[in-house]
Design a protein around this ligand. Structure first.
Ligand SMILES: Nc1ncnc2c1ncn2[C@@H]1O[C@H](COP(=O)(O)OP(=O)(O)O)[C@@H](O)[C@H]1O
Ligand SMILES: N[C@@H](CCOP(=O)(O)O)C(=O)O
Length: 324
């Protein structure tokens, strides 16, 4: 269930008119999402997605919308928001901020193979290069600052061993962030949540990337860590699955060879990416937001991944060396 706010055809038509996108033929609520209200809108000019933002405010949205537009203009298959004659991207519908974007073709691949991971690696490198000249700035709002602020809220809910790991990893990440090597890592606005459910494939070809609402400026290796930790794991153990991970890394490096400092710090950034989603899932699980209609994701999944990345930090380095 993810139509929190009902929209009628005349209301949708009024917005579609402002954008010059034709006559609304059908309006269908999308059940998949958890944060926002989404509708598929079919008009006589094409297929679109209408989103009403339930959490983000009009002041927060320009960064995400402009980033998506910037990437789309550079050939990334991201759903660019439509502008009215004055160039406005953001509108108001039912008192909520609203946008209309292109409907991406295809569907998510929740059981990816080597060929899917290879395409995602290439896409990620292209996104990093394309974001280099994006001028708006917003930090990753789910970055180190947020982990430090949120950990004390979840720690009381954890057992002794979990607490020890969380505190130790947080100390490690704070020390890393203060290091000269970390300061030398390339960074830009990154997606920061490029999980399997945020990428589309059509006829086995990558056809779209969406849901940029956790984007922010962070290191490219953190973003790569997020992707490796979701697309290339053995679900049972949380370990990296070598074939998929090698394919993803090779495709990334084909487009954008990593610097020596990036290769050296990638194991730490895989840990950082695991910690980020362990904390957010613990937070959703133990401190659910009021009226949120989401079923919390399983935090133990990322606890296992973090354990694995700490236990075998050089697994990814071995894959990088083998590909060299
Ligand atoms: N631009 C788009 N093109 C095609 N489908 C989309 C698009 N945006 C969203 N969807 C569909 O809507 C679902 C929910 O979108 P999502 O951005 O994940 O919502 P939420 O932010 O509420 O979780 C997606 O799983 C996808 O099926
Ligand atoms: N990818 C995150 C959850 C973010 O939610 P999304 O549906 O907006 O991608 C996780 O798996 O914890």
């Amino acid at each position: 269930m993810a139509v929190y706010t009902e929209v009628s055809v005349p209301q949708a038509q009024a917005l579609i008119d402002q954008l010059g996108l034709g006559k609304v033929l059908s309006l269908q609520g999308i059940q998949g999402g958890i944060e926002n209200t989404n509708y598929f809108v079919t008009t006589d000019s094409g297929e679109y997605v209408l989103t009403l933002f339930e959490r983000l405010t009009a002041e927060q949205l320009p960064f995400y919308l402009q980033l998506t537009r910037h990437l789309a203009q550079r050939g990334i298959p991201a759903p660019a928001p439509y502008a009215d004659a004055s160039g406005h991207l953001l509108f108001t519908l039912q008192d909520k901020p609203a946008v209309v974007v292109d409907k991406l073709p295809g569907k998510s691949e929740l059981e990816p193979g080597v060929a899917h991971c290879s395409q995602v690696g290439e896409l990620l490198a292209r996104m990093h290069l394309a974001a280099q000249d994006f001028t708006l700035h917003q930090p990753n709002l789910r970055g180190l600052h947020w982990w430090n602020a949120t950990a004390p809220q979840v720690l009381p809910h954890l057992g002794t061993a979990q607490r020890a790991m969380l505190e130790d990893e947080l100390a490690h990440q704070n020390a890393l962030a203060a290091s000269t090597a970390y300061g030398a890592l390339p960074r830009s606005a990154v997606h920061a949540d490029l999980f399997r459910d945020n990428v589309m494939f059509e006829h086995a070809r990558l056809s779209g990337v969406f849901d940029f609402y956790f984007a922010g400026v962070d290191t490219w290796m953190f973003d790569l860590g997020v992707v490796l930790n979701d697309w290339c794991i053995d679900r049972q153990s949380g370990a990296l699955e070598p074939l998929r991970a090698s394919a993803l890394l090779a495709a990334y490096q084909q487009k954008r060879p990593m610097l020596p400092v990036e290769r050296r710090l990638l194991p730490d950034l895989l840990r950082a990416a695991a910690l980020r989603f362990w904390i957010s899932r613990l937070w959703d699980f133990y401190l659910p937001r009021e009226a949120a209609m989401l079923v919390p994701h399983d935090p133990t999944h990322f606890e296992r991944i973090l354990q694995d990345r700490r236990r075998a930090p050089h697994a990814v380095s071995a894959l990088l060396d083998a590909a060299h």
